[in-house]
Design a protein around this ligand. Structure first.
Ligand code: ADP
Ligand code: MG
Length: 682
């Protein structure tokens, strides 16, 4: 028998080519896709009010009899008003539609209807209902009940989706349950058919919650099974064995500072992985400035001392050059040859680098994506570091790994996500967390201010720069048009230059050639530019200790983790550092978010607040965290279900690692699909 779930939705009545195309835009092709398109919210239309009890401002259902037929009145070009009088036992009300010629001829005097719409008072103080939904008495589908409201864009209307959904649920008949009975019993989960009906068309909110609970669990279970499945295939790949792990101690002795306990712990975890005969896949999460580079350098040192090559890949040329310099400095006098490879190098320089890499003359290669190009062949690559992980795709990671024979992979991320989430969600990687900053760090003093403070802030900038420091000014990317991005930063740079004629103002943005960006960054690092205006291109890793001011324009447009990351660019030198957030809008959430930035310097705490305040859609919407978008689960509020589903996923994997038995068929299929249409770690 053909499984109804996999049928295209155009088999449903009322779904033709045009509508199918609209649904497709929402990623909905099959009946199953449609069923898993969950409502954004529900509208409670259960209560039918008497007309006499209605008040202006409320949105209600009324059950009426048509008193007079629809009257048409054109009040200006493009605006026609249709109105009729309706009554119930308690009174009468004017019903109004704007530009809806379909209502004309729809209503006969004496007809009985249920209406749902917003009640307003007209300019004579009389109550009116505007643009209501109407359904014949006794034939109600979306009035007099709890009605789903879907997240829509474009020309797809609620009515179409509601109607199509109702049909799909009816036509789909009995769906086969995915979650094995024993698990459903253990976690008290609703059965699929009950849940499917009630997630869309609940009889009451209690039933809805029961249904939601089940789908949240299901979504998180599938995600974790998929991630655990990947981890499983990784953790059984053979790996190169580093015989000498103690050598990292020698390296640590050469550092100008003692490692923090968190750095030591992380390094121990890495070295243990590298000596056990399996390939390492480890994510290091550490706040900005927690010293991830030193940890990576120690591990790279060990790879070289064990007779192999190591590579470190960074997302931007600036960062690659900086790492190159840092490593060269760390490894000077150690007879370790570090080579830089970036896209903007001259062909001749590149060729030289290729030769050194393929003959083994280069012990360590630092670079950008240029490292994973076809031409690059390693002599013996055993250890790979990918810095600022969220910028790389899985595919790029795989390409990097393919440059050696299962080299150990160390992925470093400076975008902390709440601990519990990290442990659960990065199921395909082992995780180390550097949760300690080197001692003696001054916290960056942070202030959220409005436009009225601009003069004072400018005076403050002037005073600091006169005292010999430097400032960053960051503007957001404005998404609509690329041009306005440039305009934004360019305008601001010009304005600042005219305000501060004594200082040199530089400009840097993402659309510039990387060579030019490098030049500007170098000028800033050398102190020849005092104020650097830029978009978020400076976000990752750049180190200019003399800069002590970070001014962020339209701070309300950034994610908190991103603000924290930007703020991490200052406070690297001996001067007290300041971060000024120009925030607009009086919105409560914005206020709370800015407060969070002012009161905390802890990236993990901040990301937790960000998740709490913005909700998972926005949090993960930025794709910084490399996870598929959640359809229904709220990773903050559903933390308990997250834990339960993790437990269940582990139980299932222990029971049947590859989900081969019949009872896991459905789950297996959903796991395989989860990463299909998602870009992971973009
Ligand atoms: P991130 O984790 O953000 O990549 P970095 O590795 O760039 O941080 O380190 C930030 C700064 O802290 C660097 O100047 C580095 O030399 C310094 N640093 C790293 N570890 C320590 C430590 N244990 N004690 C003192 N300073 C340290
Ligand atoms: Mg770094």
């Amino acid at each position: 028998m053909e499984d109804y779930r996999f049928k295209k939705i155009d088999c449903l009545a009322g779904v033709g080519e045009a509508r199918a195309a609209l649904f497709e835009k929402k990623g909905i092709r099959t009946i199953e896709d449609l069923l898993y398109f969950f409502p954004r919210t529900h509208e409670d239309r259960t209560e039918i009010k008497e007309i006499a009890d209605c008040t202006a401002g409320e949105t209600v259902c009324v059950s009426i009899t048509v008193f007079s037929p629809v009257h048409e009145k054109r009040i200006r070009r493009n605006m026609t008003v249709y109105s009729m009088t309706a009554c119930d036992d308690s009174g009468a009300m004017n019903i109004v539609w704007y530009n809806n010629r379909f209502v004309k001829g729809q209503f006969m005097t004496g007809d009985k209807y249920t209406l749902f719409g917003k009640v307003t008072a007209n300019n004579r103080g009389k109550l009116e209902m505007i643009n209501p939904i109407y359904e014949k008495l006794g034939k109600e589908r979306f009035t007099g009940k709890i009605v789903p409201i879907y997240p829509l864009t474009g020309t797809l209307t609620q009515k179409v989706v509601q109607g199509t959904m109702e049909l799909a649920i009816k036509e789909a008949g009995r769906l086969k349950e995915y979650i094995p009975d024993e698990i459903r019993k253990k976690y008290n989960l609703a059965e699929l058919n009950y849940a499917m009906k009630n997630i869309h068309f609940p009889d009451d909110f209690k039933s809805y919650n029961i249904a939601r609970q089940r789908f949240v669990f299901e979504e998180l279970l599938v995600l974790q099974l998929a991630l655990l499945g990947r981890k499983d295939s990784n953790s059984h790949t053979e790996g190169i064995v580093f015989e000498d792990t103690m050598c990292v101690r020698e390296f640590a002795k050469t550092l100008p500072f003692p490692l923090t306990n968190a750095q030591k712990r992380t390094l121990n975890e890495i070295m243990r992985d590298c000596s056990h005969g399996l390939q390492m896949n480890r994510l290091v999460q550490g706040d900005v400035g927690s010293g991830k580079t030193a940890v990576a350098a120690a591990a790279i040192y060990a790879a070289v001392k064990n007779g192999h090559q190591a590579a470190m890949m960074a997302p931007t040329e600036i960062l690659a050059s900086q790492h190159y310099e840092t490593l060269t400095e760390f490894f000077k006098d150690m007879n370790i040859n570090v080579v830089l490879l970036t896209g903007s190098m001259k062909a001749k320089e590149k060729r030289l680098a290729y030769d050194m890499i393929s003959t083994g003359a280069a012990d360590v290669v630092v670079g950008t994506h240029a490292i994973i190009q076809k031409q690059v062949e390693f002599y013996d690559l055993a250890f790979v570091v990918a810095d600022e992980q969220h910028r790389f795709g899985v595919e790029q990671r795989a390409k990097l790994a393919a440059k050696g024979h299962n080299p150990h992979m160390l992925i470093m991320s400076a975008t902390p996500i709440p601990r519990t989430l990290a442990l659960i969600l990065y199921g395909d990687l082992d995780i180390s967390i550097i949760d300690e900053l080197p001692p003696g760090r001054k916290t960056v003093k942070t202030y959220a201010v409005g436009e009225n403070m601009r003069k004072r802030i400018f005076a403050f900038i002037e005073k600091n720069i006169n005292a010999g420091t430097q400032a960053y000014v960051v503007c957001p990317l404005i998404e609509e048009t690329e041009k306005s991005d440039l305009q934004n930063a360019e305008d601001l740079a010009a304005k600042l230059q005219s305000i501060f004629p004594k200082f040199k103002v530089g400009l840097m943005h993402g659309k510039m050639k990387s060579k030019l960006k490098d030049e500007i960054m170098n000028e800033f690092a050398a102190g020849n530019i005092q104020i650097l205006v830029s978009t978020t291109v400076i976000e990752v890793g750049v180190n200019v200790p003399n800069a002590n001011l970070m001014i962020i324009e339209n701070a309300e447009r950034f994610g908190l983790s991103q603000l924290h990351q930007l703020r991490g660019r200052v406070g690297r030198g001996s001067e007290q550092a300041y971060c000024v957030l120009f925030a607009h809008g009086k919105n409560e959430v914005t206020k709370k978010r800015m407060e969070t930035m002012c009161m905390s310097n802890d990236g993990f705490y901040i990301s937790e607040q960000d998740l709490k305040l913005r909700g998972p859609g926005d949090f993960f919407g930025t794709r910084q965290h490399g996870l598929p978008e959640m359809k229904i689960a709220n990773l903050f509020e559903d933390a308990d279900i997250l834990k339960q589903s993790q437990e269940a996923a582990q139980y299932i994997i222990a029971d049947d690692r590859n989900l081969e038995s019949e009872k896991y068929n459905g789950l297996k299929r959903r796991c395989q699909r989860i990463f299909d249409d998602e870009v992971i770690m973009n």
